[in-house]
Design a protein around this ligand. Sequence first.
Ligand SMILES: C[S@@+](CC[C@H](N)C(=O)[O-])C[C@H]1O[C@@H](n2cnc3c(N)ncnc32)[C@H](O)[C@@H]1O
Length: 286
Amino acid sequence: MDFNGNAPSLTDAEFDIISKIIYKETRIIMGAHKKTLVTSRLGKRIKALNIDNFKGYIEYLSSDKGKEELVNFINSVTTNKTDFFRENKHFEYMKSTFLPNWENAYKEGKVKNLRIWSAACSSGEEPYSILITLHEYFGSRFNDYDIKVLASDVDTNVLAHAKEGVYREDVVSPIENSLLKKYFLRSKTLNNMEERKYKVKDILKSSAYFRPLNFKDDDYDIHSEFDLIFCRNVIIYFDKDFQKQLFHKLHSYMKSDSFIFIGHSETLFNLADKFKYESSNIYMKI
Ligand SMILES: C[S@@+](CC[C@H](N)C(=O)[O-])C[C@H]1O[C@@H](n2cnc3c(N)ncnc32)[C@H](O)[C@@H]1O
């Protein structure tokens, strides 16, 4: 074994092979500046598998036995940073504009249900922020409508966390106290030794559907059309060609006059024929 407690070293040639596998499996681009990150994240897998070095890991990944390792490989290379009510202007827009318009369209018989997709939902903070916003907006009218929120991610670890819906105290800190009390159960702590945890209540969970989904797949196996898609802080990891392909695909899953939200550092500038810019990284389907 060529390491002792530390991550094994990764040659440029090995990094090149690993980056190509990452691209093939997820379309994530790993630039040279990500070499240290890849070394440390995959180093943990190499250790867990008791493999000697990256050369051995690459061989293992390409063997029949290593096929199952691909899931852990993908889970290790994704970046899952997220927050409750991240880029809050999107949730404000839902309350002030999107939901009132949707409700009017419903009353006029133009739409029959409300479908929202948190594509690349990470550990669930985004879909639960959407659900809190929906409950706060509709109040007792929530049950009058057929409302579903789909939450998907390629990373099965974060998806399991999202489904479980249990968060540390520091993670729920962006949530207003009154909303925290209303939508979360607080764990007891023993002698202040354990960290307090917050569990999402069933009232939010009952309209949420979690499933794995890799944007690079040809068939997403989705049979709904959405009123609103959150696809935030994920296209930054892809190249322009794949971004374009992805948004063509997302476009096909959108109802007419529906919306898509992207992250504040992202843009759909090369898709002007498909989406019309509204405001704050909010686009409408053309
Ligand atoms: C930085 S997080 C963003 C989470 C959330 N949308 C937000 O804005 O807070 C990016 C997420 O994209 C997911 N992701 C990366 N590549 C993906 C792919 N090819 N298909 C689906 N999800 C992917 C990652 O697993 C990660 O959880």
